[in-house]
Design a protein around this ligand. Structure first.
Ligand code: C2E
Ligand code: MG
Ligand code: MG
Ligand code: MG
Length: 288
C-alpha cells in the first residue's frame, strides 16, 4: 500500500537500500582478505594537554584502503567486522601496530622527556571485551614491543559498559591493575549513570563531541555549559581525567580549558593523519 501511494519515491528508496545491501555484502565478504592483504591502515590524531598545549599522545583510528571504493572510514566497516567476528583479529592488529608506533615515536622523540613519552589510545569494540583472549593478547603485545603498560590507553564506549556485570569488567580490571589506562569513550551520549562510574575501572572520561559542538553556538547554551562543568567536577572528584573530543576552534579550547578539562582532541589541533605528522607536531612542541 505504501508503495502505490508513494510511487517512485519508494522505488528509489528500495533501490538505494538494495545498493547499500549489496555494498554491505561485498564489504563484508572482502573483510577477511583485506586484513591478509594489508589494506587497513591507521591514522593518528594528537591528544593535547589543555594547560600547556603540549602533545601528550594520540588516538589510533583505523581506515580501509579498499581497492574499488577508496578510503573507507571505520563507521563503514567496524559494524560489519563486529558482526562477522573479524573485529577480534582486526582489533588485535590495530593494537599491535599502534603500540609499535608508540615505541617508534619515543625512540625518535628523546627530547620530550619533560612531558614524558607519547602515549597511545586504542579503541576497543564490545566484541573484543567479551573475547577471552583480550588480556593475554594485550600482555603479549606489550611484552613483544617492550613498552610499559601505562603508555597504553584502551577506549571503551560508555554504551558498551551499560549494565556491565562483573564478568565483563574483569578483563578491564586486570588491564587497569597492570597499569593500562581505560577511558570511557563518547561519554554523555548514552544513559550515563554517574553513580555507576565508581564501579568501572576507568581513569579517563572522554566527553563526547556533541558537548563541544553545542559550545560552537555563541552565546553557548548556559545549561550545556553547566552540564560540562558538573561532569568535569564530578570526574575530578572521582580522580578521573577529562578529555574532550571534537575541538574545532581556539575559542572552544579556551573555554574547555577554563572549565577544567585536562586534554583535548580535534581538528583545531590536527585531523587524524600519518604517524610522521604526529611525530612532527610533538617535536615542534617539545623544541618550542
Ligand atoms: P571515536 O573513538 O569517538 O573517535 C573520534 C572520531 O571523531 C574520529 O572519527 C575522528 O576522526 C573524529 N574527530 C576528531 N576530531 C574531530 C573534530 O574536531 N570534528 C569532527 N567533526 N570530528 C572529529 P573516525 O576516525 O571516523 O572514527 C569513528 C569511530 O570509529 C571512532 O569514534 C571509534 O568509535 C571507531 N573506531 C575507529 N578506529 C577503531 C578501531 O581501531 N577499533 C574499533 N573498535 N573502533 C574504531
Ligand atoms: Mg575513541
Ligand atoms: Mg570518542
Ligand atoms: Mg565520538
Amino acid at each position: 500500500r505504501a508503495k502505490s501511494a508513494g510511487g517512485n519515491r519508494f522505488e528509489l528508496a528500495d533501490a538505494e537500500a538494495d545498493a547499500r545491501a549489496i555494498t554491505r555484502h561485498g564489504l563484508t565478504t572482502a573483510l577477511p582478505t583485506a586484513l591478509e592483504r594489508g589494506e587497513f591502515f591507521i591514522e593518528y590524531q594528537p591528544l593535547v594537554h589543555l594547560g600547556d598545549g603540549s602533545v601528550r599522545g594520540a588516538e589510533a583510528l583505523v581506515r580501509w584502503l579498499h581497492p574499488q571504493h577508496g578510503v573507507l572510514g571505520p563507521d563503514r566497516f567496524i559494524p560489519l567486522a563486529e558482526h562477522t567476528g573479524l573485529i577480534v583479529p582486526l582489533g588485535r592488529w590495530v593494537l599491535e601496530q599502534s603500540v609499535r608506533q608508540a615505541r617508534e615515536w619515543r625512540e625518535l622523540h628523546g627530547g620530550a622527556e619533560a612531558v614524558g613519552p607519547l602515549r597511545i589510545n586504542v579503541n576497543l569494540s564490545p566484541c573484543q571485551l567479551t573475547h577471552p583472549g583480550l588480556v593475554q593478547d594485550t600482555v603479549d603485545i606489550l611484552e613483544r614491543t617492550g613498552i610499559e603498560p601505562n603508555a597504553l590507553c584502551l577506549e571503551v564506549t560508555e554504551s558498551a559498559l551499560i549494565g556491565a556485570d562483573d564478568d565483563l569488567l574483569k578483563p578491564l580490571r586486570r588491564l587497569a591493575e597492570m597499569g593500562v589506562d581505560i577511558a570511557l569513550d563518547d561519554f554523555g551520549t548514552g544513559y550515563s549513570n554517574l553513580a555507576n562510574l565508581r564501579r568501572l575501572p576507568v581513569s579517563i572520561l572522554k566527553l563526547d563531541r556533541s558537548f563541544t559542538q553545542s559550545m560552537q553556538q555563541f552565546p553557548a547554551d548556559p545549561v550545556d555549559l553547566k552540564i560540562v562543568e558538573g561532569i568535569v567536577s564530578l570526574a575530578h572528584s572521582l580522580d578521573l581525567a577529562v578529555t574532550v573530543e571534537g575541538v574545532e576552534t581556539g575559542a572552544q579550547a579556551e573555554q574547555l580549558r577554563m572549565m577544567g578539562c585536562d586534554t583535548a582532541q580535534g581538528w583545531y589541533y590536527a585531523r587524524p593523519g600519518p604517524p610522521e605528522r604526529l611525530h612532527e607536531l610533538a617535536l615542534v612542541d617539545a623544541t618550542g
